[in-house]
Design a binder for this molecule. Structure first.
Ligand code: NOJ
Ligand code: CA
Length: 527
């Protein structure tokens, strides 16, 4: 068992906010979000109470996959501003107590990255995985003078960086061991990239496809070893920085070295189900392999919080105090909360749960006002993955106001269409209305921030894993959420709800607690 330096103290209090830079705020009227736009909106973030921003990739890129096809890891895409503009944003955010994480695309580059163009023309270069001749299944023919074919990691234009294979195979002569020269150069490159941005004041990275590095790696043992080595390096050189993985299996990724890992929309029956069993209602970004399932946050009341609670219990037992699990509302790859049959009136209960469960909450930009997943949008920068897996609907411009372009300053070149509904939610309207979702999310974050028992280190006792979902945090706070349309009651026995801290449609009568449809309540138990 390798021991790491404990996670930096700030991480336990983190409330993440994910910004898709294309679509957040446009300062110069070209229709594409940028760093200055984000800087101008720091008021919104600090008022909301979030303290850790994760920016999707903002590096030089041909944008075939929205920036996940990096062509230069050390320079930002000019459409977002300059490296100096990013440094200024980080500084201004820092003065408001907001940290900024970048997205580290560790497993692949763009096919326009100079490393790749060099490799495609030099048979002795092993930064990528090359079959020396022909084009084996799953490979892509060489675009250069080098014969053979390369292995992509996601889209064909995203060649996999070579971190080696966990085992050899006589039929696949291109498999190199993890300590071959190419893999070593790539590991070194990851350190160089991290060091570069951490030196500029960034606070860490969300790591894209973190489990994908070493190929044919049973149990991800060799991939884990790479992250362990990087974590030890980070512990020594940048002890305040954190690594947040896109892995989706905290019980593997955190022992490997990540400070925290997301429950995600993909993955097998154990961890993958954790998130989908809460939010996946069969609309929006639908993967036919996994869906449909009856999710818990659905008016029908056919779901259950059990698959989530069980997955969380397993993972959190495995982790102990070594790291954290992160729970997103949604992300740029997955349906927003407000999607299909789930309407805005169902979101308060979802946030009451997400912001009081012992995980690190991650709010996807726009979810705090209940922005809706917009179906049927055209492919933009690689957003459409299949007939039923369209990510564009979660990537539309932040709806700052009800102007024609939702606050983006041009109507001629909007990055993507906005929600066409005439009554679409906006920040401006919700900020002016203290009964809005935005105000509720603001109050819930404030409550969580002021109440360590509601954070990731407070205990949780599940009283009822059904409708209503009832649990006690830190022995002191009772939470009740009823994500179905119908009323639901539960006999509380000796528990008396006490003072209501945040409540809508939940009341106790005698020993029974009753929640109206979509009701929620947070109570302080009598001392
Ligand atoms: C996961 C990212 O979240 C997604 O948007 C991207 O397309 C793939 N990784 C490939 O980098
Ligand atoms: Ca712009």
């Amino acid at each position: 068992m390798t021991s790491f330096r404990p996670a930096p103290a700030w991480l336990a209090d983190a409330v993440f906010y994910q910004i898709y830079p294309q679509s957040f705020a446009d300062s110069n009227g070209d229709g594409i979000g940028d760093f200055d736009g984000i800087a101008e909106r720091l008021d919104h973030l600090s008022w909301l109470g979030v303290n850790t921003v994760w920016l999707n990739p903002c590096f030089v890129s041909p944008f075939g996959d929205a920036g996940y096809d990096v062509a230069d890891y050390l320079n930002v895409a000019p459409r977002y501003g300059s490296n100096d503009d990013l440094a200024k944003l980080v500084d201004r955010a820092g003065r408001r107590g907001i940290r900024v994480l970048l997205d580290l695309v560790a497993g692949h580059t763009s096919d326009r990255h100079p490393w790749f163009t060099a490799s495609a023309n030099d048979p002795d270069d092993h930064r990528y995985i090359w079959a020396p001749q022909g084009c084996p299944d799953g490979f892509v023919a060489s675009p250069g003078s080098r014969p053979g074919a390369y292995l992509p990691n996601f889209f064909a234009f995203q060649p996999a960086l070579n971190f080696g294979y966990a085992r050899e195979s006589p039929d696949e002569p291109w498999r190199q061991p993890v300590d071959a020269q190419g893999p070593r150069a790539n590991r070194e490159a990851l350190r160089t990239i991290m060091d570069h941005w951490l030196g500029l004041g960034l606070s860490g990275f969300r790591v894209d496809m973190a489990s994908s590095l070493v190929k044919d790696d049973p149990g991800k043992a060799e991939t884990s070893r790479i992250w362990t080595e990087l974590r030890h390096w980070l512990d020594r050189t940048h002890p305040e920085a954190v690594l947040l993985s896109e892995w989706g299996e905290p019980e593997i990724s955190v022992p490997a070295g990540f400070h925290t890992d997301f429950f995600l929309q993909f993955g097998g029956p154990a961890d993958g189900l954790a998130l989908r069993s809460l939010w996946s209602n069969g609309s929006g970004t639908v993967n036919l392999e996994w869906d449909p399932l009856d999710c818990f946050f659905d008016a029908s009341g056919k779901g259950s919080p059990r698959p989530f609670v069980e997955a969380w219990q397993r993972a959190s037992t495995a982790l102990g105090s070594s790291g954290f699990i992160s729970l997103p509302t949604s992300n740029h790859d997955f349906s927003r909360l407000n999607c299909g049959p789930r309407s805005a009136d169902q979101l308060p209960a979802a946030f009451a749960f997400q912001l009081t469960w012992p995980t690190l909450p991650a709010i996807y930009y726009g979810d705090e006002i209940g922005m809706r997943y917009v179906p049927g949008l055209p492919d933009t920068e690689g957003s459409v993955l299949g007939p039923r897996y369209n990510r564009a609907g979660s990537r539309t411009p932040m709806q700052w106001d009800d102007g024609p372009n939702a606050g983006f300053s041009t109507s001629e070149h909007p990055y993507l269409p906005v929600d066409p509904a005439p009554d679409r939610p906006t920040v401006a309207a919700q900020r002016a209305d203290d009964t809005s979702l935005l105000h509720l999310v603001h109050r819930l974050i404030a409550l969580r921030t002021a109440t360590p028992e509601l954070g990731p280190n407070g205990s949780v006792e599940v009283v009822h894993a059904g409708y209503p979902f009832v649990y006690v945090r830190g022995g002191r706070y009772l939470v009740v959420v009823n994500p179905q349309q119908g009323q639901a009651s539960y006999p509380l026995g000796n528990i008396r709800p006490g003072r209501a801290l945040e409540v809508s449609g939940v009341a106790a009568d005698g020993g029974t607690i009753t929640a109206e449809g979509f009701g929620y309540g947070i109570f302080e138990l009598p001392g």
